[in-house]
Every structure is written in structure tokens, then in C-alpha cells.
Design a protein around this ligand. Structure first.
Ligand code: G4P
Length: 531
């Protein structure tokens, strides 16, 4: 056992996935409230300088009209040290949102009880499944009218293909919401609408066995319905199995209301107890154990130009093993250099804090003079191994890029390649074509604006974007066994290659993917590209 084991074992690093408006921000705020982090925010060190940095940052946000602020929140609760990774939604949904999930050990999925599974949740969920990380579901907004509970669970199982195991069960919803039945203690916790911003009130606990008390508290009709539902649930629902939860095959489900603060703390407690501390991660030399090894980390996100004057970038890395100390030298494996990480900082919701130490499970942001790429490994100078690369995620919007002034060819190619290297966009070429015809693919359409803005402002190149109708991209997993030229595709299909020469197929219609698979026996397509 290493001297860091204790620190590492108490870490829980997770991302919250949801569709915009399901209540992710509200739930996060409530978590922070329990951890006392909201009150603490005013006392972090280096506040004056942090404030300054924040305002610089905001300037860019304002100018671009997008949110570039990355939130990694750290707080303590019940002896645990918790890192929450924000997965930006709304407008700025981008490949970064997916990549953030590569740095998390588990995910909390927030679902609006009146809406069920929505588009963005579905997309993020796919990445969680690929990584086989545990997923914990919070069905939110029970204080609003919700659909039938069994239907909601059915919706999750059918839409996402994961078994559900409710830890508690709601009694009514909307105006008729009376609380939840806790399956472990077999007690009803009555709904108490606590004031916004205050901690959860003490809900009254009534054992369901005490029939009289139960009926008095929630009424005859609700009691009958509840008892019937408990019977059904105990008879038909998936049994709880921690092994399956940890493999990401079964999701524990809690019902509550983040806004009125009901069921949040219980959910947090269940979640912390079931989620794992940082697990060993795959590298080219085998599994790297978080506690048994010295410092190592990988870069999962690069945020460009936080300060316009300096063209600086911040590389976000997830520490995978050991302890990080701001004074130590580390090896940047891909760059084959030993260096000291500059200005290591933890980026909080609205401020940056310079840190002196961090442990496996933590996320740090470091100043990047332009040397890091997504997926790069950092380790101790004496070592030299690489973590498994981060996949590239399927863009959904495509455009052909043309530069307006053809004399600026060099800047154009350099600019677009650098922006692609940071991971904001993906670039493709027609098979057999050079850099004169470039197709750009993005996960969120806003990235097109970012590309145009950055090429103009940083590289002095004007471009024109011509939208293309494709919306579905697939990498050819078994490219060595496939004769690309004779591949029998559909009429809406286009063959392209990425910057590394890997072949890909673009489709307009989703069903063409299936059709192409049918027409080419043995062809293996994937939505995740490997670097
Ligand atoms: P997001 O981060 O997932 O996008 O969602 P966010 O927390 O911002 O919540 C979206 C809206 O839903 C907010 O209302 C929020 O107050 C509300 N909300 C969140 N949880 C609950 C809940 O448990 N019950 C109810 N009834 N509402 C909830 P808003 O009007 O858009 O914003 P605000 O004016 O309240 O800030």
C-alpha cells in the first residue's frame, strides 16, 4: 500500500450527463451545498489574481458569444473528495463534451421526470457505455407532473438498453407528490418542500408495515397504489447487483426534486458508496494502478486562447496515478521532453486556483505553450509509457471549407491543422485529394463559428463554409480487410479519409448505414475513431 492510497481511495470523479434543462446545474449546486463548497468559495487562495483571469476569460466568452469556461468542481463530503466534471450542453455541445467523459470514473444521469430520455442524454450515454463506467440515475422534477413511474423506467431501459434498479419509489408527482418509498429501509420518506438554497429538511420516516400510520400520512388511495407497486416492483424488477452497476450494465435510480431539495442528499450518499475510487487505467505497458504508481496523467481537453494577448492554451489533464506536486519534473511522453508543468491550477466554476498538489482522480489545468495534444501522456521522468488514446467522436455536421484569398494557403493549412489538433474540429479530405478540398466535421454547429472566428483573428485567413448534407459518419474498423474502391455503398454515401489517412464513410440518411453493412458482408463500422 502506498502512502497515497488513502487520499486516492476517497476520491470520486464523475461527470453529470443530461439534456439541457433537466436540472443538472440545480443538482450540482445542491451537491456543493452539502459539501459546504458554496460557502467556501469566497475563501480560496489567490482570489485577486483569479478574479482578473476570470474577467479576461469572460471577455472572450462575450466576444464569441459562447461559454468557454470549463467547470471542474472539487468538494468534500462525508470524508470523500469529489470531482465533478461539467459536460457543457445547449449551444456549446461539442466534442469536448464527449471527451470530458473520458476523464470520469462514473456518471450521474439526470432525467426530467416529465420528459424521459432526451437527445443529448442519449448521445452522452453511448460514450459511457463504450467506457463501461457506472451510471447513476436521478429522476428529477418529481414536484412537477410526471409520467407513470413504470413507463419512465421502461423508457430508460428501451431507449438506452440498460437495466434499471430503483432504490426508491415516488409516491405521486406534481401537486400530489408525497415523497418516496425507500426500498432498503422499507420506509416512506414524506416530501418536505424546503426553501431554495437550504439543506434538506428532516423528512418524516414511516415504515410501510405500520399500515395505519402510512394511510393517515399519504391517504388511502396513494397507500393502496404504493403497496401494489411495491409488490410489482419486488416481483418483476431487476435485483440490485453492485457488480453489474460497476460494469455499467445496471443503473441504480433515485427519484427526487433538485429544486426543492428532496432526495438529493440520499442520492449523493448512495452514489458515493457505490461508485468506485479511481481504477487502474490501460497503458501500452499494461494496467497502471492509481495508488501503486507514481504520478501519471493524460490530456483530455485543450482550451485555446484563454488570453488573447498571449495565444496561450490550457491543457486539462486527468491524474491517473500517484501524487502531483507543482515543483516536480514530469515527462511529456509524446513530446519526449522532461519539463515542469507551468501554472498548474484547478479551474473552479468561476475562478482558478493555483494548486500545489493533487492526486489520482483529480483534474488539473496547466499552461500549454502549444506542445500538448489530446490524449498525450505525462509521467515521471524515469518512465515512458502511453495511455490508450482518446477516441474521436462522430461529428454530426459537415461543411466544405474554402479560403477566400488563395494566396494565404500556408496560413490556412497551418491554422486549420492546429485547430484540428486541439480537437475543436475534425478535418477530412476526399479520397485521392489533397488539402485544397477540406471537409470539416463538428459535433455542435457553434464550432463552425469558432473555426471562422479563430482563422480570421489568429491566422488572418478568411474562409467560406458551404454546408454539406451529411449527418452520420462511420470509421471503417477493419480497414485492412476492406477494398474501399469496390465498397458497395448507397447513393447518399461519400468516402473520405481523416488526416491520418483512415478511411471513413459519410451518410445523409441513418438507414444507409445499415444498408451499406448489409451490402458488404464483413464490413465493420464504428462511431468512435481511434487515434
Ligand atoms: P440544466 O443545468 O440541466 O440545464 O438545468 P437547470 O438546473 O438550469 O434547470 C433548468 C430549469 O429547471 C430551471 O428553471 C430550474 O429551476 C428548474 N428545475 C431544476 N430542478 C427542478 C426540480 O426539481 N423541480 C422543478 N419544478 N424545477 C426544477 P428555470 O426557470 O429555467 O430557471 P430559474 O429561473 O429557476 O433559474
Amino acid at each position: 500500500m502506498s502512502q497515497y492510497t488513502e487520499e486516492i481511495n476517497r476520491r470520486r470523479t464523475f461527470a453529470i450527463i443530461s439534456h439541457p434543462d433537466a436540472g443538472k446545474t440545480t443538482l450540482t449546486e445542491k451537491f456543493l451545498l452539502y459539501g459546504g463548497a458554496i460557502n467556501l468559495a469566497g475563501s480560496v487562495k489567490g482570489k485577486a489574481t483569479a478574479r482578473h483571469a476570470v474577467s479576461d476569460w469572460m471577455e472572450i466568452e462575450k466576444e464569441r458569444g459562447i461559454s468557454v469556461t470549463s467547470s471542474v468542481l472539487q468538494f468534500e463530503y462525508g470524508g470523500y473528495c469529489i470531482n465533478i466534471l461539467d459536460t457543457p450542453g445547449h449551444q456549446d455541445f461539442s466534442e469536448d463534451t464527449y471527451r470530458t467523459l473520458m476523464a470520469a470514473d462514473s456518471a450521474v444521469m439526470v432525467i426530467d421526470a416529465s420528459k424521459g430520455v432526451e437527445a443529448q442524454t442519449r448521445k452522452l450515454f453511448k460514450v459511457c457505455v463504450m467506457r463501461k463506467i457506472p451510471i447513476f440515475t436521478f429522476i428529477n422534477k418529481m414536484d412537477r407532473d410526471a409520467g407513470d413511474t413504470f413507463d419512465l423506467l421502461d423508457n430508460i431501459e428501451k431507449e438506452l438498453g440498460i437495466a434499471t434498479c430503483p432504490l426508491n419509489w415516488p409516491i405521486g408527482s406534481g401537486k400530489g407528490f408525497q415523497g418516496v418509498y425507500d426500498r432498503e429501509t422499507k420506509c416512506v420518506l414524506s416530501y418536505a418542500d424546503t426553501e431554495k438554497g437550504t439543506k434538506e429538511g428532516t423528512a418524516t420516516q414511516i415504515p410501510v408495515e405500520e399500515d395505519g400510520r402510512l394511510r393517515e400520512a399519504i391517504g388511502q388511495e396513494a397507500a393502496d397504489k404504493l403497496l401494489e407497486e411495491i409488490d410489482l416492483l419486488d416481483g418483476a424488477g431487476a435485483a440490485f447487483d453492485l457488480e453489474l452497476v460497476r460494469k455499467g450494465e445496471l443503473t441504480p435510480v433515485c427519484f427526487g426534486s433538485a429544486l426543492t431539495n428532496f432526495g438529493v442528499e440520499i442520492f449523493l450518499q448512495h452514489f458515493l458508496a457505490m461508485a468506485t475510487s479511481p481504477l487502474p487505467r490501460k497503458a501500452d505497458i499494461g494496467l497502471i494502478d492509481p495508488a501503486e504508481n507514481d504520478f501519471s496523467a493524460f490530456v483530455f481537453k485543450i482550451q485555446a486562447n484563454m488570453n488573447k494577448a498571449h495565444r496561450d492554451r490550457v491543457a486539462f489533464m486527468r491524474i491517473c496515478s500517484g501524487r502531483f506536486d507543482a515543483q516536480m519534473e514530469v515527462r511529456h511522453v509524446q513530446g519526449n521532453k522532461v519539463l515542469r508543468l507551468s501554472q498548474p491550477q484547478q479551474i473552479m466554476a468561476d475562478e482558478r486556483r493555483i494548486l500545489s498538489e493533487a492526486y489520482a482522480g483529480d483534474i488539473i489545468g496547466v499552461f500549454d505553450p502549444g506542445i500538448f495534444s489530446i490524449g498525450d501522456t505525462l509521467c515521471m521522468p524515469k518512465e515512458k509509457f502511453q495511455y490508450e488514446g482518446i477516441p474521436t467522436f462522430a461529428p454530426e455536421h459537415f461543411a466544405r471549407v474554402r479560403q477566400i484569398d488563395t494566396m494565404k494557403r500556408k496560413q490556412f493549412v497551418k491554422g486549420i491543422q492546429q485547430i484540428a489538433q486541439e480537437g475543436a474540429i475534425q478535418i477530412f479530405q476526399e479520397i485521392n485529394a489533397g488539402m485544397e478540398e477540406i471537409i470539416v466535421g463538428v459535433v455542435g454547429v457553434l464550432q463552425f463559428d469558432v473555426l471562422k472566428y479563430r482563422l480570421e483573428n489568429e491566422y488572418n485567413v478568411e474562409i467560406r463554409l458551404e454546408n454539406l448534407p451529411y449527418g452520420h459518419i462511420r470509421w471503417i474498423e477493419n480497414k485492412d480487410q476492406v477494398d474501399l474502391e469496390h465498397l458497395a455503398g448507397t447513393s447518399d454515401m461519400k468516402k473520405v479519409k481523416d488526416m491520418k489517412g483512415n478511411p471513413l464513410l459519410l451518410f445523409v440518411n441513418p438507414w444507409s448505414v445499415g444498408m451499406t453493412l448489409e451490402r458488404n458482408k464483413g464490413l465493420v463500422l464504428t462511431e468512435f475513431g481511434r487515434n
